[in-house]
Design a protein around this ligand. Structure first.
Ligand SMILES: *Cc1c(COP(=O)(O)O)cnc(C)c1O
Length: 396
């Protein structure tokens, strides 16, 4: 018999009753250190006093009024995002996929409005993930997500990760732009080198294409800068964000330059819930904390410490960990054996991690992790690696 909850997820048989900071408390009393952060969503951990206060205060006033009226929180948060980025304008959504849908529509609409309606195609990269709507699965191009859902939405040309020749060859008279995650999350924590991001910007300028970044997972402070592309010193024309900006409340956004957004006029796009007062209260509260130099600097410091220790862990267990990759606090352990075995062993020791493509275990802790929590996580990872190493030896 089918479960009442549509069975589209492979879930661990575990649920949580409460959470505090980087810790999740299970119904059976066990405590878990959260190095998944709800897939990079709980950027400030759980039950953060500033976020809680903002949500409670807003909940006492007004929850929802629709986009038929001005929403002051949208005006504040969009101004703050504009001030902090390349962007001139912001559309608010409830999720990452919706942010990317808006980005795709904006790119197509731009070309159409400029008198080039034939330019509707976007170049994307193998291993990409942009969401689970019909257009975003087509953009991501992964066969397992496309199978059985009818004709793939047209307009996406995928090239192998890092293949510059294929990339240049894919640009044609129908190309509207290039879409890329500066750090691939689901694809296995693969960072686009700074030089390549610069190259993409130059390529787009040369061919009058739009550059679109998907920073749904790697953005909002996770790499130690507010947005990951800042490391390369280049800016996109359009960018989708979500996950961390809501700190646990469903919130995403599509940011654009005035030029790229110029044909997104009244009536061309919309969302009933997008940018409602509750989401805006939390989004503004998240910005209060993350968008400060001291906070972002500390993300970098934590990351250096964590990465160094993970390197030592790899040296201790070369049969389990093959490579430590990633930037800031989006880190990946590429496994020699099975990544699910390492994830499960970590879970058994009270540490939550998330698997990713390319046989990787992903570490996405809250950005305000303490030094003590890093030490605890490393002890747990050490114990988990010992279990996996032992099991591998026994099987050999
Ligand atoms: C999670 C994710 C999305 C999709 O976000 P949803 O909120 O699940 O729709 C899109 N792009 C990237 C890079 C992501 O990590």
């Amino acid at each position: 018999m089918i479960t009442t909850v549509l069975p589209t997820y492979v879930r661990a048989d575990l649920s949580f009753e409460r959470a505090e900071g980087a810790w999740l408390m299970a119904a059976d009393g066990r405590r878990f250190l959260d190095f998944g952060a709800g897939v990079a969503v709980n950027s400030l951990g759980h039950h953060h006093p500033h976020l809680l206060a903002a949500l409670k205060e807003q909940a006492e006033k007004i929850w929802h009024s629709s986009n038929l009226f001005r929403v002051p929180g949208q005006e504040t948060l969009s101004q703050r995002l504009v001030d902090a980025t390349f962007a001139d304008t912001v559309f608010f959504t409830n999720s990452g996929a919706e942010a990317m849908e808006c980005a795709i529509k904006m790119a197509r609409r731009f070309q159409w409005g400029e008198g080039r309606p034939e330019r509707y195609r976007l170049i994307t990269f193998e291993g990409a993930f942009h969401g689970r709507t019909l257009a975003t699965i087509a953009a991501g191009g992964q066969a397992k997500y496309l199978e059985g859902f009818g004709p793939k939405v047209d307009g996406f040309d995928q090239v192998p990760f890092g293949d510059h020749v294929a990339l240049k060859a894919a640009i044609g008279p129908q190309t509207a732009g290039i879409l890329v995650e500066p750090v691939q999350g689901e694809g296995g924590v693969r960072t686009i080198p700074v030089e390549c991001l610069k190259g993409l910007r130059a390529l787009c300028d040369d061919h009058d294409l739009l550059l679109i970044f998907d920073e749904v997972q790697c953005g909002m402070g996770r790499t130690g800068r507010l947005f990951a592309h800042e490391w390369a010193g280049v800016t996109p024309d359009i960018m989708g964000i979500a996950k961390a900006i809501g700190g646990g409340f469903p919130l995403g956004a599509c940011l654009g330059t005035e030029r790229a957004a110029r044909h997104m006029t009244a009536g061309t796009h919309g969302s009933t819930f997008g940018g409602n007062p509750l989401a805006m209260a939390v989004g503004n509260a998240v910005m209060d904390i993350i968008n400060t130099p001291t906070f972002l600097e500390r993300v970098g410091d934590i990351s250096n410490r964590l990465k160094q220790s993970l390197g030592a862990l790899m040296d201790a267990f070369p049969d389990v960990i093959q490579e430590v990759r990633g930037k800031g606090l989006i880190l990946g352990l590429k496994c020699k054996g099975s990544n699910t075995a390492l994830r499960d062993a970590a879970l058994a020791h009270g540490l939550i991690t998330i698997t990713a493509g390319d046989n990787v275990v992903r570490l996405l802790p809250p950005l305000n992790l303490t030094d003590e929590e890093i030490s605890i996580a490393l002890e747990k990872l050490h114990a988990a690696c010992a279990v996996v190493s032992g099991a591998q030896e026994a099987a050999a």
